[in-house]
Design a protein around this ligand. Structure first.
Ligand code: UDP
Ligand code: MG
Length: 327
């Protein structure tokens, strides 16, 4: 089961086949962070008995992110940069990175040094013991606003309790390692509007967890706008749960039933000489029903829109440039 031996000294050049680890990093406006991350990766990984490659997917940054990675790639052939033709979001960037990854396993980590490379040996040790998905669960998130942590908590609560993905860590996971088998199976999925982490959790496999302290962002600002976060929530819910649609039917049924009972009362009172007075109750009913209907139509629309988007079969991403290749 052992995939590589952590005990062998780096100078040992025997016939033991060395495994290849791919590090996949989505990057959006991270020009200042990438050289720092590179140095840390070299420091940590070169002391291990494992080969590695680093794939950075530039999610169409507005700064010099691609130049920064091209610069490193020129000096180190283990490093490769891929630039998207427009901003596709970090989950799509990770998917693209995994497509190009050749490793026996791949670790996904952010470019902003919030996920410390020093955690990689721990992730590798779990993989070495046979785990196929290893989540690095964050213990602490220093320097983050309470609103941000609250939003993340709510998201992972919905994913665990509403969607039913109990294996998702409650405090969230955006740093993880997956085995080649998982990478290969992921390539069979062609969904565009989906959370990569939710998809990996849904796939199953032997999952393991380690914990780490998330660090403060090294340079720049978070690229996750409120709009992107909301889209992730709706994507995650609609990709893995029919509950919203089912709730629509249930609520619709109950509201309609109450409406009929109320109508019965109105008719009954009118016939027996006590007509229900006032227009305010009518307004209430109109507003409540109107509101519920719009909400439900919106919910349905979410599913229909996604179905339309998937049926168009547009490419999930478009590559503009690759550091070591003319495309
Ligand atoms: N990212 C990306 N595309 C985006 C937004 C973010 O590729 O549209 C990258 C970003 O460069 C970073 C990772 O995704 O490497 C995590 O993003 P960020 O640090 O902004 O998120 P946060 O840590 O605030 O959740
Ligand atoms: Mg970050």
């Amino acid at each position: 089961m052992r995939k590589y031996d952590l005990q062998i000294s780096p100078s040992y050049k025997g016939e033991v086949k060395r495994s290849l680890l791919s590090i996949v990093t989505p990057a959006y406006n991270e020009a200042e962070n990438l050289p720092l991350l590179y140095e840390r990766l070299v420091e940590v990984l070169d002391s291990l008995t494992i080969d590695w490659e680093w794939i950075v997917v530039d999610d169409h940054s507005a700064d010099k992110t691609f130049a920064a990675i091209a610069n490193i790639a020129k000096r180190d052939s283990r490093v490769r940069g891929i630039r998207f033709s427009r901003n596709f979001g970090s989950h799509t960037a990770m998917t693209c990175g995994l497509h190009y990854a050749q490793g026996d396993c791949a670790a996904i980590m952010a470019a902003d040094l919030q996920d410390p490379p020093e955690t990689l040996p721990e992730l590798l040790a779990e993989w070495n013991e046979g785990a196929q998905v290893v989540w690095a669960v964050r213990k602490r998130r220093p320097g983050e606003k309470a609103s941000k942590i609250g939003f993340a908590r709510l998201y992972y609560f919905l994913m665990r309790q509403v969607v039913g993905m109990k294996q998702m860590p409650a405090t969230g996971a955006d740093f993880f390692l997956i085995d080649r088998r998982v990478i290969e199976n992921l390539s069979n999925f062609n969904e565009s509007n989906v959370s990569l982490m939710a998809l990996i959790t849904w796939m199953g496999f032997r999952q393991a967890y380690i914990t780490y302290d998330k660090h403060v962002r090294s340079h720049g600002r978070s690229g996750w706008s409120l709009e992107k976060k909301l889209k992730l929530v709706v994507d995650s819910l609609t990709s893995f749960s029919y509950l919203p649609i089912r709730l629509m039917s249930y609520i619709g049924f109950i509201v309609a039933l109450l409406g009929f009972i109320f109508a019965g009362f109105v008719v009954f009172n009118a016939i027996f000489g006590h007509p229900t007075p006032g227009w305010s109750s009518l307004m209430v009913v109109v507003l409540v029903l109107g509101g519920t209907q719009m909400l439900m139509m919106g919910g349905l629309g979410e599913y229909i829109w996604r179905s339309l988007d998937e049926s168009r079969r547009r490419p999930r991403y478009i590559v503009e440039e690759i550091t070591d290749r003319n495309i």
